[in-house]
Ligand binder design. Sequence first.
Ligand SMILES: Cc1cc2nc3c(=O)[nH]c(=O)nc-3n(C[C@H](O)[C@H](O)[C@H](O)COP(=O)(O)OP(=O)(O)OC[C@H]3O[C@@H](n4cnc5c(N)ncnc54)[C@H](O)[C@@H]3O)c2cc1C
Length: 467
Amino acid sequence: MLNEAAIAKLRAQLRGQLIERGDPAYDGARKVHNGTIDKRPRLIARCTDAADVMAAVRFGRDHDLLVSIRGGGHSAAGMGICDDGLVIDLSGLRYTEVDPNASTVRVGGGCTWADVDHATHPFGLAVPSGFVSTTGVGGLTLGGGLGYLTRKYGLTIDNLVSANLVLADGRFVAASEWQNEDLFWAIRGGGGNFGVVTSFVFKAHPVHTDYAGPMLWDLEHAPKVMAWYRDFIRQAPDDINGFFAFLIVPPGPPFPGHLHNRTMCGIVWCYTGPMERAEETFKPIRSFLPPALDLVGPIPHPVLQSLFDPLVAPGLQYYWKAHFVDEISDPAIDVHMKHGTAIPNMFSAMHLYPINGAAHRVGKTDTAWSYRDSTWAQVIVGVDPEPANKDRIINWTRDYWTELSPYSAAGAYVNFMMDEGEDRVRATYRENYDRLSTIKSKYDPDNFFRMNQNIRPGKQQRNADIA
Ligand SMILES: Cc1cc2nc3c(=O)[nH]c(=O)nc-3n(C[C@H](O)[C@H](O)[C@H](O)COP(=O)(O)OP(=O)(O)OC[C@H]3O[C@@H](n4cnc5c(N)ncnc54)[C@H](O)[C@@H]3O)c2cc1C
């Protein structure tokens, strides 16, 4: 039974803080990135090490509590927090250790990507991550991880060497190509379904200064830019990444005054090839249609990673919907022109992130992340600081997404989904779903970890062979 004595016992077991309703820290601790999420957990266990996580998992199990795992708190669906249950908050598990000889980095399960960039940059190294530095390593990695280095070095999971996890029964295990290989396969895309990852080891790559930044064009040119981009990125060298965007130019530096608040289209580039070849590589890009603004130039990788952090601040109202996209057809461009040009405000956007290049060279069933054959992961993001505008951003996002659906693949990147139900999760994992479900039944047969894009346990399996 969950009583004061049981709670006091857990508190005594933890090195980290146990936060209850009524504690001064409670309201701060239950906040997540998306300001529309207002959940009230019974307990929040701020874990500082694997022992804390093991104690919290066993406590949740013994008391039959709904449990959520909170990494960086960026899930727009609010999957890191729960009502009336126990939150296993990993924000105290925030350490990094670079091995420059092996070009690897060990990362605590509660780190953000800013922590990782800070640790690796002085060694001239970077781990492929996302486009925003405040996002949690935990959720981004376990869902796949796409960002500036995807075309060159693959998804974040393609650079995962190993992970340590606490399973649903409280056991601590390692997963890699050599240990619990089935678990290692599943966590590379299968989200937080299989356990709490207390640490990750990633392969890092020689990336220090990128040649990168946004190029913007006036809206009237958007169909031409989109069609050119569509063809260009399909055959571009892996050294070049570029995501397409519809956006409203923020009214401040580095953007010139005459462009402030103007709706435009753009491509945010990141070139990681030899710097002496950068200008030449960008000649055809600059000449196909000279941009209205060109901010592309040398930039330290961590600065690029955090360039857009201020635009996606915590506490705003977020709603997003996503697709995988194989081809941007001309009729799809017409839909983009209808909705992309009607963005509600400067916080909202439509982005098309390329997932070809190195990410395509991993097979569809080599990891749980199935959509290796699509060319883009698209996300339509409705964001607004004002709760009163929530319906407006939701409607814009939904209408845009619905009209694009006929031109898109069936699934979406799990990390860009709201809570959209089992069919959508199945559509996303496609042929990998059944295998995921079998592995789930081995490592979490009772679906203890279900605050996620949930994979239901399938046929029961004995878990005696977990190493
Ligand atoms: C502003 C913003 C920018 C983003 N940019 C990108 C991007 O560029 N590229 C990209 O790929 N994604 C991006 N995302 C999506 C992001 O990857 C997902 O929201 C992801 O779930 C966030 O992870 P988190 O740890 O911060 O989230 P949380 O809300 O803390 O966790 C989300 C879920 O992840 C699981 N989880 C988290 N940590 C662990 C752990 N250590 N062990 C087990 N399970 C865990 C849990 O199931 C949890 O429910 C972005 C999101 C936001 C809000």
